[in-house]
Every structure is written in structure tokens, then in C-alpha cells.
Write a protein that binds this ligand. Sequence first.
Ligand code: PLP
Length: 392
Amino acid sequence: MEKSINNRYYLDYNATSPLADKVKTFLGKGDFLFGNPSSIHQTGKASRKKINETIDFLYKTFSLSPDEYSLYFHSGATEGINTYFKGIALKHFKEKIPSTFIFSNLDHSAVMSLEEDLISLGHEVVYFSTDKNSEFDLSELIKLIQRKEVDGKKVFLNFTVINNETGVVWPLTLAEAIKDSTDCQVHVDAVQLVGKIENWKNLSSKLDVYNFSAHKFGALKGIGFTFIKKSSEFKSLLTGGNQQDGYRSGTENALGVYSVKLALEEMLEFEPKNLRELKNDLQKNLESEFGDKLVFVNKNSKATNVNTLFLIVKDSKADQISMLFDLAQIDISTGSACSSGIFKENRILKNLGYDSLLSLSGLRISLGPSNLLIQKEELFDRVVRVIKKLSH
Ligand code: PLP
């Protein structure tokens, strides 16, 4: 692992992660597992073996039972999320079962953009409210689900355990409480989970579905996986060769799958609490340097992950923030979509209740293992210098 690449500091781990060393070493050997895992010759069997090893490893790492959960691979969480929610919506459309999908407006766009299709299949999409700290009222949410169930609806909830923008954690115990009081199916968006809280391996076997994207923790791009309870409703969106027991047809990406195992092995050796220390020190440093010029968005939230600082740099704009950090050789995110050179407001800041001006001034710094190799003072200095320029 290098502390920087071409002297750039990579502080955008919530967007994606550099390849894990173990993955790079494996690729360096030149064995790209090209055999089709469904072929019965030795080359195909070699790919199948690596897939099976990875499957065993995933069940073991997350302590889920293969008797209770199916596990299948796909291209990443966008596919996993679309498949789960649209698959159910389609099935229930055919079976004439009115369903309610409950999301939060802080969810990733892979979730929120489902709305139109779910509604056009005759279902309803409801958003539960969150406050300025990205938190929600558990009893209100339970009541909302219960009301829908009394109305005869089947209810499906998306529960984002760690928000990619704010880093706020919704502990799985909250989702468990929802399961205890309702018949709702809970889908956990677990994309930001691995390595980003101390107890990331502890999944709850009360919950129905977990979706992961493995490029977020050092595996190749284009590979993700889903654990889904065997008792859960499911209908695959893809039909074809019936690979992976029909959960996801299409020739499996053996190299991508095996990279999941290698990357996870590396994450198991990593101590997330070291990142929390770095994050807290960086925050303290920026607070003492800039005072109320900066707003730390999740400062009062009950639980946050180890690596994300989400802040507003008052009186600056996303385009300046992006440009100056880029020039200073630091990769960060502003969370402001840019189309034709015009930066839009950060959707999450807007939905958290910040006004239009402040919503244009978002800055997300998301740390990862390679940042622990940088001299702290050097890292802080580089960030401070950019923010000083922004504050002029
Ligand atoms: N959900 C969350 C919380 C995410 O952070 C992301 C990606 O940033 C996704 C879903 C979608 O993942 P992918 O882009 O890997 O398909």
C-alpha cells in the first residue's frame, strides 16, 4: 500500500478504494481465472474452486448461515438494490399484491431513483423523516409501517446502515427493533460497512437482505454480493443460464469474486479504530484553525463511522472546492453533481435542511487505510492550506 500515488493524497474512500495489496499481488501472478466456472474441464473447475472458496469465506466472515441465507454475486450494489426492489415490485405487480416501499431521502440514489418504476408498477413509495443529525424516530417509523400493514400492504424498508455522504451510522439494532414489531422486510444497504466501523463483521440474522459493493473495500470494480434470507421474497430481474441458482443469471466473474476474498482478508487485518483517531484529530485541527467558518454536519449525531468528515465550508462553492483540492493534489468529494460545468446543490445537505447557499459548499473527506501512512502534520497542513485559500 502506498501513502500517495503520484504524490496525491486519496481522501475519497467512500467513493471507491484503491485495490488491496493482496489483489494486486494475485493479479501480478498473471492467473486471471478466465475459465468459465460452469465448464466441467479443469480450467473451468479452477474458477469454480475460487468462487466456492470465496462463498465459504463470506459466510464465515459475516457469521451468517448458508442454511438461512443465500448468497449471490452481481456487478455491484446498484444492481443488487435494483434487483431486489424491482424484482419484488414486478412479482407483486403480477400477483396483484399492493406493496409499500419505505425509503429515506438520505438514501443513495441507487435506492431513491427506484421510485418512478415502483410507482409505475402500482406500488407506493413513502419516505420516513430524518432530522438535521440524520437520525430518525424509531417509534414513528414502526408506527408508519404498522399503519401500512393494517391497510393490507406488504412493506419493504431500505435501511442504510452507514450513509455514504454523512458517515452517520444507523445501528442494526434499530432495524432489529423494526423486525420485532412488524412484518416488514428489511433490506440493508451495507455498501459503506466494511472497515468503516469497528464492528463491521457483526451482521444480524434477523434482517432479510444485505447488499455490498466490493470495490469500496479494495476488490476489483464490477463485483458486489447480496445475502438474502431464503425465506425472503425474491424474483431475479435477469433470466438466462440460471447460474447462481437463478438468483443472477450470467457467467460468473470469477476473478472479481476471488478479489472479494482477497480484499476482505486484508480488511480483517486492519484496525478501523486507528482511522477514527485520525478523523477526530483532523476534525479538531480544522475546528481550531477555522472555527465557525466550517460546519461539521454530523457533529451531533449519535453514531458516526470511523472515516468520514462531512462539512460545509462557508462562503465557498463546490466548483472552487473541487478545483483547489485537485490542484493541491488531494482527492475529495463535494457531493455536488456537476452537469455541463454547473455544480448543483448537494442533495444530502439540502435534504438535511441546509439552505441553497450552504448546500453548494459541501466537502466530504473520507479516509482509508493508506492515509494512516501519511505524516499526520503533513496531511493536516495540506488540507488546511486549501481551506485557507477557500476562505479568502
Ligand atoms: N449505496 C451506497 C450507500 C453507496 O455508497 C453506493 C455507492 O457509492 C451505492 C449504494 C451504489 O454502489 P455502486 O455504485 O458500487 O453500485
